[in-house]
Design a protein around this ligand. Structure first.
Ligand code: PHE
Length: 447
């Protein structure tokens, strides 16, 4: 029959690889911002509620689907029920469309790391540094290619010798760097006010919008509905406990998100004289505000370099996981070697990323639905395809598979209560919320 599938050599290897995928830009540039915007600790509580309920159920299901079928997403769904193969197709499509533009941003991170490490903190803190850089036609593309090649090399080395090894080193270092920067940020004058703003729940700022934002953030941050957990799950040994692994992955992912807030919120507060206004999300925060904040610090080159190194680790381990989805799908479906599959994926990723990069500069006149090219891909994948895929996945698991098979694989049926809880989450709670997220994100863009 089939050749033997590679496996992670240990449970911790799997957990760190999955955590490496989960910890990414979402943790660093979105979570702290969302928390500060939607009521501080209140948002954190809502977020924790989501990840421990259906975030937990969905991640468990994905890993179980992968391990049960030992296949990449398309084959995995097809093996369970031919009619639902399309869910796998959506997942792989999402991954294939995200890697290119994710790599563009990965390239920016390398550029900033190199700039800070070579003593360029003053240049990086200048107003037009970022825009000047991303609008130039060639340089961002070159850094994007560097990012893709780094990720591709790890994927090329395989599961044990590439993905597992790299994550085992990078993830602990990432934690150490985050702790170091977080502690340093806390010593800045005015940091305490920022911390209060970040952590104390403000129930008066409760809103449905905040609830949906928490939900969307959960999907993105846990790398759900992109085939990643199915793919990584397909390399998980049958001996290992899925439930425990999921708990550890979630603790890791939310831990880094919280730590990112400890690094960013107090620093931005201290820098801006106690106002929350300066705290934005996305590229503006990471590439414009933070370099200014670092530039004003005593140890700016060191702190800036440490920060961008940590962000690079977060982004590259996510990029690797996305690439692995595409690579393993090509291997499984077309029965081509891993080397060929990595080569094809690398070329595709680089070529597809170029328009996203140029869309910030010489191609900025090209827009799709009024969105720049990079933003368009981000919108289609995150705001549309991902929730659609997630919705079908819940319907499939909850109603077609009747959850039994998957719950069994995940060891979720051990007690009556956990099984009932799991079923209710996947069947009723998750679909309703996913539809709400889908509507709200589409309305937010076109409304
Ligand atoms: N989970 C990652 C984060 O929080 C994002 C990601 C998206 C990872 C897509 C892989 C794929 O940033």
């Amino acid at each position: 029959m089939m050749q033997e599938r590679s496996e992670f050599s240990s449970k911790i290897g799997f957990v760190l690889a999955a955590a490496g995928s989960a910890v990414g830009l979402g943790n660093i540039w979105r979570f702290p911002y969302l928390a500060a915007k939607y009521g501080g600790g209140l948002f954190v509580l809502i977020y924790i509620f989501f990840i421990t309920t259906f975030g937990y159920a969905i991640m468990t299901s994905e890993i179980a689907i992968g391990r049960k079928t030992r296949l990449s997403p398309i084959g995995a769904y097809a093996a369970l029920d031919k009619r639902f193969k399309f869910i796998g197709v959506i997942a792989v499509l999402v991954a294939a469309l995200i890697v290119p533009y994710y790599s563009v941003i990965g390239g920016w991170i390398i550029k900033y790391l190199v700039t800070f490490a070579s003593g360029g903190h003053l240049a990086a803190a200048k107003d037009d540094f970022f825009v000047g850089f991303i609008t130039s036609p060639l340089e961002p593309v070159l850094w994007q290619i560097v990012f893709v090649l780094l990720a591709a090399f790890v994927v090329f080395k395989g599961i044990k010798d590439g993905i597992e090894k790299v994550n085992k080193v990078l993830m602990p270092v990432l934690i150490a760097l985050s702790l170091g920067i977080g502690i340093y940020a806390m010593t800045l004058p005015g940091a305490l006010d920022g911390l209060k703003y970040y952590l104390i729940p403000d129930f008066s700022r409760f809103s449905m919008e905040g609830v949906l934002a928490a939900m969307g953030q959960m999907f993105y941050s846990l790398s759900l509905a992109m085939g990643i957990m199915i793919t990584y799950g397909s390399y998980l040994s049958r001996k290992d406990d899925i439930k425990k692994s999921v708990k550890q992955i979630e603790v890791f992912d939310s831990g880094v998100a919280m730590l990112a807030g400890f690094m960013i919120v107090p620093a931005v507060f201290a820098f801006s004289g106690g106002s929350a206004e300066a705290l934005s999300a996305g590229p503006g925060l990471m590439f414009i505000t933070l370099p200014k904040v670092f530039g004003s610090m005593a140890l700016s080159s060191l702190v800036g370099s440490a920060f961008f190194l940590m962000v690079l680790f977060a982004a590259i381990t996510s990029g690797i996981s996305l690439m692995e989805v595409v690579v393993s799908t090509l291997c499984d479906k077309y029965r081509i070697s891993r080397n060929k599959s990595v080569a094809v994926t690398t070329i595709f990723t680089i070529l597809m990323g170029v328009p996203s990069s140029l869309g910030n500069g010489i191609w900025s006149h090209i827009t799709i639905f009024d969105l720049a090219i990079l933003d368009f891909f981000d919108f289609v994948t995150n705001a549309v395809l991902m929730p659609v895929g997630a919705l079908f996945m819940c319907i499939f698991i909850g109603y077609i598979l009747k959850t039994d098979e998957i719950a069994e694989e995940a060891n979720e049926s051990s007690t009556i209560q956990t099984k009932r809880f799991y079923t209710v989450m996947v069947r009723y709670v998750a679909p309703v919320f996913i539809i709400a997220v889908l509507l709200s994100s589409v309305l937010a863009t076109f409304g």
